[in-house]
Design a protein around this ligand. Structure first.
Ligand SMILES: [Mg+2]
Length: 172
């Protein structure tokens, strides 16, 4: 069926699911649906932007994912030193300096975890990197609200566009 360009654009910016935080995600249901890998953004998705605060709750959640059978990989556009250190702390793998939303970046991440678009979930707080890229690659995409409002200036501008172009609501 003919689809208008604007509709296609809007669809590629729409996540499959939206949650207030990663802790509300229904992991069991997703596992039953066949998903086995989780690519997860770092800044403002699992920890506040550029603050290395690892909560007990986050550790527990990652442990729960692992026990359930998920492979988790930090997929961030932030610098290698920081993302790799966090990954080591959290005992998960990492693809830093990701280059989201580019398809090549997502391909690299999928190769890294030996995953496919059919069995991989992308979780993140930004529509124009995490969700857009994930959708372009055919992953199952989950948007969460950003942990804190303190952000990189470029991200702040992106938030403005998220509201204007992608109709994002519910941001605090
Ligand atoms: Mg983020």
């Amino acid at each position: 069926m003919y689809e208008k360009k604007g509709d296609k654009m809007r669809r590629s910016l729409t996540p499959n699911e939206i949650y207030d935080s990663i802790f509300s995600i229904e992991l069991t249901r997703l596992y039953k649906k066949g998903y086995r890998n989780i690519l997860i953004d770092v800044d403002n998705t699992i920890i506040p932007w550029n603050a290395d605060i690892i909560s007990v709750k986050l550790r527990d959640w990652l442990g729960k994912c692992r026990n359930m059978g998920f492979t988790i990989c930090l997929f961030s556009n932030n610098k290698s030193s920081r993302v790799n250190r966090l990954a080591e702390e959290l005992k998960v793998s990492a693809v830093p300096k990701g280059g989201k939303p580019l398809k090549t970046a997502f391909r690299r991440a999928l190769r890294h975890i030996n995953g496919s678009p059919q069995n991989t979930i992308m979780i993140g707080d930004q529509i124009f990197t995490d969700i857009w890229g994930g959708n372009l690659m055919g992953l199952y995409t989950i948007l969460v609200n950003p942990i804190s409002t303190s952000e990189f200036w470029g991200t702040k501008f992106s938030r403005f566009l998220e509201k204007k172009l992608a109709g994002r609501r519910g941001l605090g």
